[in-house]
Design a protein around this ligand. Structure first.
Ligand code: NAP
Length: 324
């Protein structure tokens, strides 16, 4: 049984990867060796919650890091909370279990703790994670994610995954799963972009009312990769109000940005390749923000999205047209 309180006490490290030979959606300028190194370092410094995805193309390195740290006695499998995600090209019901099995093989695991539908938007299946038409537009598909969900339920029953959830779903899309006839398991979480500039208060209220945990990505203002993020967008950690609250509390802006989410009952993900930042981010459990500071930070919300996933915008299930 999924235990959200327990999960909230875990922390997270995430590693993205760049495959220098492949032109694709997840092209990010990070060599695989750096991802492996960062994953090992994160386990060494105490991280136990890993958020990855098939689309990040780094599951193999995560698997290598986990196995080496288990062998070295640094961690036990049962101490880890491993999340991975079903890519949009594998929504057709017959593709779901094989996709999870592929991720498990990459990760060298018998099960993952959490498996998420990465986006509510299906893409055409195929070898390429980002199938394009002759005009360079993504080839989108018409599978109903409720049918995909049923296969995730079967994967849970088969013991391949402990809990199942979604990512980037708006409240109407969550509602469709919750109202699906014959629903066996509710999504345990919805992982969405959430930070001081996009505080997701309405989606959070909705999720809380349904006992769904909101997991925040982009909590530190994202990695600002130029392929994904408008380089003119404001740098979250440089925000003057955030910096004032940080100074007052004698903590870094990053710690304040993470603590703000935790105090609202949100599970923040925090990505870093640097040991000093990883160690610093673990200190988020060691202090509290006053109600006054929380109110000041609430005031920074401007419903600003760093990662609008424009590559999916033509699909009727594109999630970010809804207010929440
Ligand atoms: N479900 C989805 O669709 C989705 C989408 C995006 C992301 N995610 C998940 O969420 C994770 C995190 O989101 P994100 O990658 O967008 O980035 P993020 O966690 O918001 O920000 C990462 C950036 O913050 C910096 N940073 C970390 N700790 C810091 C500190 N203590 N002080 C100053 N800077 C610090 C990192 O710098 P360095 O790199 O220099 O260390 C990195 O550039 C991802 O890795 C992924 O697992 C999910």
């Amino acid at each position: 049984m999924y235990n959200s309180q327990l999960w909230k006490t875990f922390w997270n490290f995430i590693v993205h990867h760049y495959d220098g030979e492949k032109e694709d959606l997840v092209k990010i300028n990070v060599p695989k060796s750096k991802s492996l190194e960062a994953a090992c370092l994160a386990l060494d410094v105490g991280y136990r919650h890993v958020d990855t995805a098939y689309a990040y193309q780094v599951e193999e390195e995560i698997g290598q890091a986990i196995q080496s740290k288990i062998k070295a006695g640094v961690v036990k499998r049962e101490d880890l909370f491993i999340t991975t995600k079903l890519w949009c090209g594998c929504f057709r019901p017959e593709l779901v279990k094989p996709a999870l099995e592929k991720s498990l093989k990459n990760l060298q695991l018998d099960y993952v703790d959490l498996y998420l539908i990465h986006y509510p938007v299906p893409m055409k299946p195929g070898d390429n994670e980002s199938p394009l038409d002759e005009n360079g537009k993504f080839l989108l598909d018409t599978v109903d994610f409720c049918d995909t969900w049923e296969r995730l339920e079967e994967c849970k029953d088969a013991g391949l995954v402990k809990s199942i959830g979604v990512s980037n779903f708006n409240h109407r899309q969550l509602e469709r799963i919750l109202n699906k006839p014959g629903l066996k398991y509710k999504p345990v979480c919805n992982q969405v972009e959430c930070h001081l500039y996009l505080n997701q208060s309405k989606l959070l209220d909705y999720c809380e009312s349904k006992d769904i945990v909101l997991v925040a990505y982009g909590a530190l203002g994202t990695q600002r990769y130029k392929e994904w993020v408008d380089q003119n967008s404001p740098v979250l950690l440089n925000d003057p109000v955030l910096c004032d609250v940080a100074k007052k509390n004698k903590r870094s802006p990053a710690l304040i940005a993470l603590r703000y989410l935790i105090q609202r009952g949100i599970v923040p993900l925090a990505q870093s390749f640097k040991g000093n930042e990883m160690r610093e981010n673990l200190q988020v459990f060691g202090f509290q923000l006053s109600p006054e500071d929380m109110k000041t930070l609430d005031g920074l919300n401007k419903n600003f999205r760093y990662l609008p996933a424009e590559f999916l915008v033509d699909h009727p299930e594109y999630p970010f047209v809804e207010e929440y």
